[in-house]
Write a protein that binds this ligand. Sequence first.
Ligand code: G16
Length: 541
Amino acid sequence: MPEIATTPFADQKPGTSGLRKKVRIFQQPHYAENFIQSVFDVIEAPAGATLVVGGDGRFHNRVVIQTAIRMAAANGFGRVVVGQGGILSTPAASNLIRKRQAFGGLILSASHNPGGPDGDFGIKYNVGNGGPAPAKITDAIFARACEIDRYRIMDAPDVDLGTLGEQRVSDLVVEVVAPVADYAALMEQLFDFDAIRAMIAGGFRLSFDAMHAVTGPYAHEILENRLGAPAGTVVNGTPQDDFGGHHPDPNLVHARALYERMMAADAPDFGAASDGDGDRNLILGRGIFVTPSDSLAALAADAHLAPGYAAGLKGIARSMPTSQAADRVAAKLDILLHETPTGWKFFGNLLDAGMATICGEESAGTGSDHVREKDGLWAVLLWLNILAVRKISVAELMTEHWRTYGRTYYARHDYEGIATRGADALMAGIRERLAMLPGETVGDLTVETADDFAYTDPTDEITSSGQGVRICFAGGSRIVVRLSGTGTQGATLRVYLERYEPADGRLDLATGDALAPLVAAAEALLSIRSHTDRKAPDVVT
Ligand code: G16
């Protein structure tokens, strides 16, 4: 097989979700090739295996897809299944890996990070269950990337990604598939499309912001064509390789226009947005933002109303920084609640083992055992299904939820692109003091427990430690602090603030007011300003 000599790059350590770097780094000769070969060397797929390849359509997507196809041909794969135009949303790629019983898949995305020549790019390897490779595989990929000295690549012309059907690159069959069809069919199995269609026909109005990213074609097909929402329901629905110059992150900062529309007097009944690769979601009702943590809790409480979940849930899993709202639902349903480190890859084993049905993260991710990735449109459809059955508004549903379970006020403060030294010093400083914190009072808050989160996967007994500091106060409030594993510049500090009010407590406070004592406590405990050299967070979500 044709081999090219190469030398290692020292910076190919996958983060929370694959390898994410600036496009210009990925454009260096041999850079993507080294990483892809490291993946192939580690996974040792049998000859003739199937590989799914797709991306979120961002700048540089097609270049790397062609490279990956030539390399798959030279590494003995028998078939590559690729989305037309090189496009597959991350949940659709996960679905295809499972449906086609592929050995694995390469997903080309930097998710919610900006795109374009000056933006970000990424490569993630997903295993045969459709989920992100677990840490033992990503660690091995990094180790291999540190010593790589050759990669295999066919000298072949580009594949025509625009034409559906089969083509060949040497012995490799390349199958270009419609990106939306299989995914839309799966959604029809899980949800009561008739009920949602009837609700929309009855005057229920919704708005979906695809943020110029990958969910545009999926949302047009599902929401407008299949569910009958009027044209114009999907906004920013044509994918662009630079996301229209915007930041495709569905939060209150980057989806501001949608937020303002939903807060207006004549707002639609329901608003939602998804990110660059279609796995995140933002949920809004008229006059109300539902935090991702609350969304997970509300969806878990009512999931049985959708046909795909009528048998009930086996368990709920949430990442550690996600609020404890879902824990209260799990307790009431008397099902398992798993607290895992940040990163969807930690949910895969629980889902495979039937220990959880629904998973969620504060970072705008929710999903279930239908695939092994979080899934933005899935969350939107489950919300719509629940609203269609219950015939109440989003605001009414959340108010009722809080009256049943209590309310968890929640916010995440991000300090982006700060100096690595300051970030490391902050984390080291608080880790050193953890043992001394219990019993300490900060304002009106008393520390009950403080630790550096470690998780032992119950299915393979592998422990992941150093996953973020938790400071828990009497009464159920918490501060969590960790460094992001998805940024591409400097360090990003995330401070997660959470205050619990019981069902008979104050359920109608403004989030900022409710969390003010925790903001002050975080500054007192962590000296955020001096370590970050910032007076305030860059993004509050
Ligand atoms: C990725 C992971 C998520 C994680 C998020 C934020 O999401 O898949 O599990 O919660 O990053 O991670 P961090 O806090 O380390 O930046 P995505 O949508 O970027 O793939």
